[in-house]
Design a protein around this ligand. Structure first.
Ligand code: ACO
Length: 320
């Protein structure tokens, strides 16, 4: 039987680090105390004008390939999770394939907003387990700063830009122990960018809109449910999880999820304080940070979780 295991991780944050007080200085009607108390966010990184998701994803991908000892031409699958692609088409995955110098691999984007990376990783695992593909590059890359209304203090303080990547390889033992994905389109209205481009003009509203309290309640419920679902599938008790990496949207959502899982916060990887919410990049950014600083070690069980617009949600339980 073929399994899929993580062979390398990487990430990249734009160099422009913006503190809460810097937002105040730019004219956002907010303050550090409010943002920290409600969200836990102290800083986020913002892309330069013209810096795209594929620019950020390229560096994250190169770092993951280097750790895995895999050359770009050896990849047979490239999946990019993003809601802020460089273009309407071609996909950011194809752009990255070209920039990495790979030819012939399957390449496509996944659009599941903040669950995108967990969706993409689960899809890559299914390709590898089926036996058709052997080496996948899975990237979450976002420039959410482009779709924020900087006059809406209820949303613009929450997000940041960045990218994270994983190389997934075929192996004779797991690897990925369980995956669970879900969506419920009835809730599309509580978090969306309800606009598009038609006839050369923006139609609708091109900015992120959110009902914060509805999102909060929904996220806390489904993150706990899907983590338990993955544990049951893999026959792993929550207490056996070494590290929980939930989507990094808000420290209060993260703490509530850990509490519902019966896990202490010292088993939870938290980067939201330094990165803000980077949507599909948040989970691989946190994974890379904890692997590179030595907290996550080989053989440990790690639960990755996403939840986002759609609504979509999902989890991946893996042995690193
Ligand atoms: N700075 C200062 N005051 C603010 C700010 C701000 N940035 N934003 C809102 N306020 C004010 C409001 O105007 C309001 O003032 P009022 O009482 O005088 O009318 C007050 O703060 C309370 O506003 P609410 O919107 O009710 O604040 P709430 O307690 O719901 O907190 C928050 C808002 C932090 C967004 C919360 O709802 C939340 O965490 N929701 C989860 C959403 C989330 O994390 N989304 C991320 C994307 S979704 C995802 O990734 C799954």
């Amino acid at each position: 039987m073929t399994f899929a295991r993580v062979a390398g991780v990487g990430s990249y944050l734009p160099s422009n680090r913006v503190l809460n007080d810097d937002l105040v200085a730019r004219g956002v009607d907010t303050n550090d105390e409010w943002i920290v108390a409600r969200t836990g966010i102290k800083a986020r990184h913002l892309a330069e004008a013209g810096q795209t998701s594929s620019d950020l994803g390229l560096i994250a991908a190169q770092r993951a390939l280097e750790m895995a000892g895999v050359a770009a031409e050896q990849l047979d699958l490239i999946i990019v999770a993003t809601s802020t692609p460089d273009f309407i088409f071609p996909s950011t995955a194809c752009l990255l394939q070209g920039r990495l110098g790979n030819k012939g691999a399957v390449a496509f984007d996944v659009q599941a907003v903040c669950s995108g990376f967990v969706y993409a990783l689960s899809i890559a695992e299914k390709f590898i387990k089926s036996g058709t593909h052997k080496r996948a590059l899975v990237i979450g890359a976002e420039v959410f700063s482009r779709i924020l209304d900087w006059n809406d203090r209820g949303t613009c303080v929450l997000f940041g830009d960045g990218a994270g990547a994983v190389v997934l390889e075929a192996a004779d033992k797991p690897g990925i122990l369980a995956t669970a994905l879900h969506a419920d389109g009835a809730h599309h209205g509580i978090l969306s960018v309800p606009g598009n481009v038609a006839g050369g003009k923006v139609t609708g509203d091109p900015f992120l809109r959110m009902d914060g309290q509805a999102v909060f309640k929904f996220a806390v419920r489904v993150l706990a449910e899907v983590a338990h679902e993955c544990c049951e599938q893999a026959q792993v008790a929550p207490a056996e999880i070494d590290w929980l990496i939930p989507h990094q949207a808000n420290i209060r959502i993260i703490e509530a999820t850990a509490r519902k899982m019966g896990l202490p916060m010292d088993k939870v990887i938290v980067t939201v304080d330094q990165h803000g919410n980077t949507s599909a990049a948040s989970v691989p950014l946190a994974l890379d940070a904890a692997v590179r600083d030595g907290r996550i070690r080989h053989g440990q069980k790690v639960m990755l979780e996403g939840v986002g617009g759609g609504f979509t949600w999902g989890a991946v339980l893996l042995e690193f």
